[in-house]
Design a protein around this ligand. Structure first.
Ligand SMILES: Cc1cc2nc3c(=O)[nH]c(=O)nc-3n(C[C@H](O)[C@H](O)[C@H](O)COP(=O)(O)O)c2cc1C
Length: 197
């Protein structure tokens, strides 16, 4: 079977999200101009540069919907926080995907504890083992998506997920990844390969 976007008039959403797996989940906190703390998961998320340290997330407008709160807030005040979703936080993360009016905070809706950030105004998720405070570097419109790029200006790391020399220990961090539909993957099933010289 061939799927050609030119002649395939339905969305390729399910094909793309079924094939690009597992996707890391950006759990993005932002604060609105009215001071409401927003929190939402974005699996169209990744790291794009190590120097300067830069991540991106991509809110999509589905069927001509309004721009999502996370994109509006990041655009308005130029700041967001990414919180790593570990297995213990997955259920809470899912609750924050509820479609709420901008005046209602997903932190309160899903009973997620906040922790203050230092260099940006949106709060962190207190239970996250790793959080990145980010300043918006650019926002690029791609079709129905807004791709929000953020420079990481401060990392918060719980020592339980760090090695003695301060690196993130992949054997300790059980991060959740998104597959298609309601399926998720965990990173506790790992294998090693030595890269050739
Ligand atoms: C695990 C997960 C990943 C998601 N990834 C995205 C995404 O990459 N882009 C998107 O537009 N919506 C995504 N969603 C849906 C948004 O989280 C949802 O629309 C949310 O209500 C947006 O919140 P906001 O308007 O407060 O930003 C995802 C939902 C879940 C559960």
């Amino acid at each position: 079977m061939k799927i050609d976007p030119e002649t395939h008039h339905r969305s390729l959403y399910r094909t793309l999200t079924g094939a690009v797996i597992p996707r890391p989940i950006g759990w993005i906190s932002t604060t609105s101009e009215d001071g409401v703390d927003n929190l939402a998961p974005y699996s169209f998320f990744n790291v794009v540069s190590a120097l300067p340290p830069t991540v991106m997330f991509a809110p999509n407008k589905e069927g001509g919907e309004e721009i999502k709160d996370s994109a509006r807030n990041a655009e308005a005040n130029g700041e967001f926080v990414h919180n790593v979703v570990t297995a213990d936080l997955a259920e809470g993360m899912n609750q924050t995907a509820a479609t709420l009016p901008p005046a209602e905070s997903e932190f309160d809706h899903a009973d997620i504890e906040r922790a203050p950030s230092e260099k940006v105004s949106p709060p962190r998720v207190a239970g996250a083992k790793l959080s990145f405070e980010c300043e918006v570097q650019d926002i690029v419109d791609i079709g129905h998506a807004k791709v929000v790029f953020g420079e990481v200006v401060l990392v918060h790391a719980d020592e339980s997920v760090l090695t003695d020399d301060g690196k993130v220990d992949v054997e300790q961090i059980d991060a959740a990844g998104r597959l298609a539909g309601n399926w998720y993957a965990s990173t506790d099933d790992r294998f090693r390969m030595v890269r050739p010289d």
